[in-house]
Design a protein around this ligand. Structure first.
Ligand code: NI
Length: 271
């Protein structure tokens, strides 16, 4: 029987500091920037826990949400309003990056069989950065969110004006219209034990800025030399963005690209 997935979200706040004990100050500063500042800084983390299983024929549930919530609150006692480096035993020999915190939370939760089969943990440090872990070593994921605004007009070269208008409606107006595009880039790979990171986020930001944001932000997509003549639908665009980024990552493997054209339309491509 196919399984059902259930996701519960819960928030907690914690402080952390990135510091590799064996490195000198200059090397720590170069690797971690402001995250090396003493005594640390804090985030409002959002934890998303997905469990999977068969719905119990008597209760209709995979897991009782009250039980899941109780267990999550119990385990977060150790993390909520704490300094992760100083107040918890988990980060003496590993940096409390989002990736490492997600892995630690997986281990703590996987030891609680009453919540059912743990399928995925996703941890948001803020709305722009999240890490996910599915319990498979060296396969954590990091997702970073970016924004660009661009104009486009949907039209198919092979169709008449009338046919284009019928097919694309308002998206084939007399001129272009624009969107605030939201781009989600997910990189997968192993966490570097010395930095606690899967990918250097500033380097990822630079790659996305150079290959995508600088090219498209506040531009007309239909005038891009490589997009000219192609229909700039969300589907075509998300695949094109994948091609632009897949060979330019600083580390890891591009796992997926998500693109929101409006708040009501989301496209995803996994290569
Ligand atoms: Ni931080």
């Amino acid at each position: 029987m196919p399984e059902v997935r259930l996701t519960k979200r819960i928030e907690f706040a914690a402080a952390h500091r990135y510091c590799h004990a064996a490195w000198d100050e200059a090397r720590n500063r170069a690797a971690f920037g402001a995250c090396f500042n003493e005594p640390g800084h804090g985030h409002n983390y959002m934890l998303e826990v997905t469990v999977a299983g068969q719905a119990d024929p008597q209760t209709g549930m995979v897991v009782n949400l009250y039980d899941l919530k109780r267990v999550l609150k119990e385990i977060l006692e150790e993390f909520d309003h704490k300094h992760l480096n100083l107040d918890t035993p988990y980060f003496r020999d590993r940096i409390p990056t989002t990736e490492n915190i997600a892995v630690v939370l997986w281990r703590v939760l996987a030891a609680r069989p009453e919540i059912g089969r743990l399928e995925r943990i996703r941890l948001y440090e803020d709305e722009d950065l999240s890490a996910e872990f599915l319990g498979i070593d060296n396969q954590a994921g990091v997702t970073k969110r970016y924004h660009f605004s661009a104009a486009h007009r949907l039209q198919s070269q092979g169709l008449s004006e009338e046919q284009n208008r019928r097919l694309f409606g308002k998206c084939h107006g007399h001129g272009s219209h624009g969107h605030n595009y939201v781009l989600h880039v997910t990189v997968q790979g192993g966490v570097d034990p010395s930095t606690g990171m899967l990918v250097d986020i500033p380097a990822l930001d630079r790659a996305v800025a150079e290959r995508i944001l600088r090219r498209f932000d506040h531009q007309d997509l239909d005038r891009d030399p490589e997009l000219a003549g192609r229909i700039t639908s969300g589907e075509n665009l998300v695949r094109f963005l994948w091609d632009l980024l897949v060979k330019g990552l600083p580390a890891g493997r591009l796992e997926r690209i998500g693109l929101s054209e409006t708040r009501g339309a989301y496209y995803e491509y996994r290569g």
